[in-house]
Design a protein around this ligand. Sequence first.
Ligand code: SF4
Length: 263
Amino acid sequence: MTEIAQVGIVQRYDEGLREEYRLKEQEVHSDKFYDSSAGSCLRKRILQRGGAAKFSADLQDLRTFRRGNTVHEEWQRMLAKTGEIDLDSEGKMLLEYRLEDETSVGRLDFVSHGLLVDIKTQAERAFKFTRGEGKPKSSHALQVGRYALKLRAKGISVSEARIIYVSRGDFCDAIEYAVPLTEDVLDAAREDQAVENRAWSTYRATCALPLAIAPTNKEDYWQCGWCQFARRCPSANHEKNKYIKAQEAEGGNNHGLEKNGRK
Ligand code: SF4
């Protein structure tokens, strides 16, 4: 019997995911803020940029990342194949396109006929909620607003974004929401950047972190349950944080903590 037959195919797959993650974490990461974190917990954004140690992603995370990447690749490949992707002034496709300014970086999914497109995959429950809301999440609108500002700085004008939500339930269901890139939306994106930049200046000068999300903040407190930086956050949702719970179930050792690799 071969080793793979003894270990099992599923375990081999999971080992592959772990190895991919290990290699990715070894890459040099940006020392700036990420546009994809727009609107999220400010304390977490500072810890991330500051290079704080964080819990390793678990297998559930890794499988979810992989599925998300697969959906992105599929949508992008289909549109790229039909020649629907716009080009920048140097003829480079606006596809998985890196955008950067002095303090933050982002990578947009693609721009097609002047539409800035961002694809999100969501677990079934979240997807149903998003459908019920009838509009995109405000943090996602901030994210595309930040991309639009960076595109504008490069002389590329986009007047509307489309946020596509794909259900991870059966992968067949998708919703498309339009976000007109009005001055109000762009101002909100500018303010989101300004807030994180002010918090960063304070942190650099005094080591003071922004306030944690209060448990009474029903709209945002869920983030604490999934936060990889929860060990650095005294007011974290310890009962609910899945990394802390897993660590405590294993006897409270710190093996899950990893260095936050950034340049
Ligand atoms: S545990 Fe909650 S408040 Fe603390 S950094 Fe994470 S998301 Fe923010």
